[in-house]
Design a protein around this ligand. Sequence first.
Ligand SMILES: Cc1ncc(COP(=O)(O)O)c(C=O)c1O
Length: 326
Amino acid sequence: MTYTAVNPPAGDLDHVVDAWDAAPGLTITAGAADTVDRLADRGFDGRLRLRVNPGVGAGHHEKVVTGGHPKFGVGLDRAPDLAARIDREFEFAGIHAHAGSGISGDDLADHRELIRRLGELARDLESAGVAVETVDVGGGFGVPYREDAPPLELDAVADATREALGDIDGQLAIEPGRYVVADAGVLLTRVNTVKEAPGTVVAGVDAGLTTLLRPAMYDAYHAVRSLARDAGDRDQVGVTVAGPVCETADLLCENRPLPRPERGDLLAVGNAGAYGYEMASTYNSRPRPAEVTVDGGLLRRRESLADVSRLDAPAASSRRPEEHEP
Ligand SMILES: Cc1ncc(COP(=O)(O)O)c(C=O)c1O
């Protein structure tokens, strides 16, 4: 088990060090000397991996390129000293970096460069007497979100990785979570409003950026299909699928060719299995949706308005006069 955090709040570190007490095999990945100090302050001396900033990244959108951003990891110039310190004071579990998300065949050059730099660092550390157990190259394996996108050629990624990494004594690790679960989830949403607008038909739906944030946050493309029984008989029109929040970004797609929508239709939005519910919010007091299995089993019930307001303090007007602030 690995815990990888960026700027972990104190409570998180307390929690993870408690978890390590119970399960000493836990590996913690730290991306700042400060985090290493804070772990030492808590008595942690277990398995610690160093997240480095390799100065290069990749990804489908500027907001998901992590590799070279100052927020993530320790610069390659500082990494050897910090790795040596970790090796002295903890169990050094190797090095880590994550290029970014949605790496496609086109981005392989950047991905390859990141891995080349990690391989070089691993060899430098080895020759300085610091054994590197694992070189973790993160996730980012591109999911074909578009219907016409070719699937990522995993063999090509593997070949590029092997070649760029070169010979290392330790093991290669990857974090393919999104790639494994993205197409395991579909978002179902009902059309509640249909409106002819200049240049497009707007289908107002129950879901939106509070349910699936990726289109609003990253301009991400998700396939949309009409599940209306007679969808095949309807004419195709440019449809803008819009959520119920007063934000222009609250769109699941814009002017996409789809069967003409009607109020009550169900639409299916694909590849919602990764960063779907996890990124869902209760912004605008919108309850989050239920999660169900394909055969109808309930995994998580739909939130109610009462759930959303559960933690609110009583409204000022309903408090007794003596409780009001002066
Ligand atoms: C350290 C690390 N590993 C893995 C991932 C997952 O990347 P993806 O979902 O693109 O596969 C991230 C995402 O930010 C990450 O920061």
